[in-house]
Design a protein. Structure first.
Length: 346
């Protein structure tokens, strides 16, 4: 099989690897589409210590949709040709490989495969291209749920990448009335706007003015502020916490899903008197897979519109370079060799 191998900064190669050997309780899946994660881009650009546990001379990729092409003698819970989402934490039998299951390889061996654990069936109403976004959507969905969304509430999301937009969609799905996305990239915000979201381009718009007009006014310890119940950081900028502390209304909350290693000082007295909350959101849970599939098959949002570029596997280096350009790309996907949408492997 062909597999993309990470070799270091700006260095990925396609190698021929032996096809994994199937045992009696195993399932072999053929990847159809795989999405490039922001951590894949970070490791490609800056080195192995800057993202998931991606190691030099190893397979990588973890956002994928696949099809079962072979199964062991004892496997009765899956059918050949069934389209599945491999749950990264359990797909390879090694939880340390959650970020490197082989999404950029032609095939993945799933040992001791279990339904709704290591593999989830994908509803026919979800397209192949949309299905490869299930994994990042579970991250965004979990972050939205950590924000305790309630019908009629409002939210602002900083970071208009796949996870930020996924969180925005989930917040609307769970009943929030007004949701705004903020970013420096006018290109990405234009996609969010077509999905029906209010937007604020932080490189050209004044946030307080734009948010005030959209959300209305509320009270804070610092005076009048936009009426926002939940702030969500999917960007990782230090200014977002500062903005929340300055512009968050009494009782508001901040969810942090972005990766940010910096240590920050925090005014605990302000946090106490204003009854604000700061909430972390890392990863996702199995229940989020079901929520995301419900969102995708509802048809309320054009999920595929997040995909701005598609490349074949042998151009993965070019794909990673493209994915790093937030002014011209949002989600970049890899079409795997032998892909066929007909229901049988090509």
């Amino acid at each position: 099989m062909k597999a993309a191998i990470y070799k270091g900064q700006h260095d990925v190669e396609i190698r021929e690897l032996p096809l994994p050997e199937l045992k009696d309780n195993d399932v072999l899946i053929q990847n159809l589409y795989s999405s490039i994660c922001g951590t894949d881009v970070a490791v490609y650009r800056y080195g192995a210590a800057t993202g998931h546990r991606i190691f030099e001379n190893g397979e990588f990729g973890h956002e994928t949709v696949s099809r079962i092409v072979a199964k062991g003698e004892n496997v009765t819970d899956f059918e050949i040709g069934e389209r599945v989402y491999p749950y990264p934490l359990f797909a390879t039998g090694d939880t340390r490989r959650a970020g490197t299951i082989g999404g950029f390889s032609e095939y993945i061996l799933v040992p001791d495969a279990k339904r709704n654990h290591s593999l989830y069936s994908v509803d026919e109403r979800i397209s192949d291209r949309a299905a490869c976004l299930i994994e990042p959507f579970t991250v965004g969905c979990r972050a939205a749920k950590r924000g305790q969304p309630a019908p009629g509430e409002t939210a602002v999301i900083f970071g208009c990448g796949t996870i930020g937009i996924a969180a925005a969609i989930a917040m609307r799905y769970f009943g929030m009335e007004k949701v705004m996305l903020c970013d420096l990239s006018a290109f990405r915000l234009s996609i969010a706007k077509k999905l029906g979201f209010a937007v604020c381009c932080l490189s050209s718009d004044d946030f307080d003015s734009t948010a005030g007009q959209y959300f209305g006014e509320a009270h804070s310890l610092n005076g009048p502020v936009p009426d926002i119940d939940c702030f969500l950081d999917a960007a990782g900028s230090e200014q977002i916490l500062d903005r929340f502390m300055q512009s968050g209304k009494i009782g508001s909350r901040l969810v942090n899903v972005a990766v940010n290693k910096n240590h920050r000082d925090l005014d605990m007295l302000h946090l106490t008197y204003s009854s604000k909350s700061i909430i972390g959101s890392g990863g996702y849970l199995p229940e989020d897979v079901g929520d995301v599939m419900d969102i995708m098959k509802s048809g309320r949002w054009d999920i595929e519109s997040l995909i701005t570029h598609e490349f074949p596997l042998d151009r993965i280096g070019e794909a990673l370079e493209t994915a790093s350009d937030s002014d011209h790309a949002l989600n970049v996907v890899i079409r795997m060799p032998g892909y066929s949408s007909s229901g049988t492997p090509a």
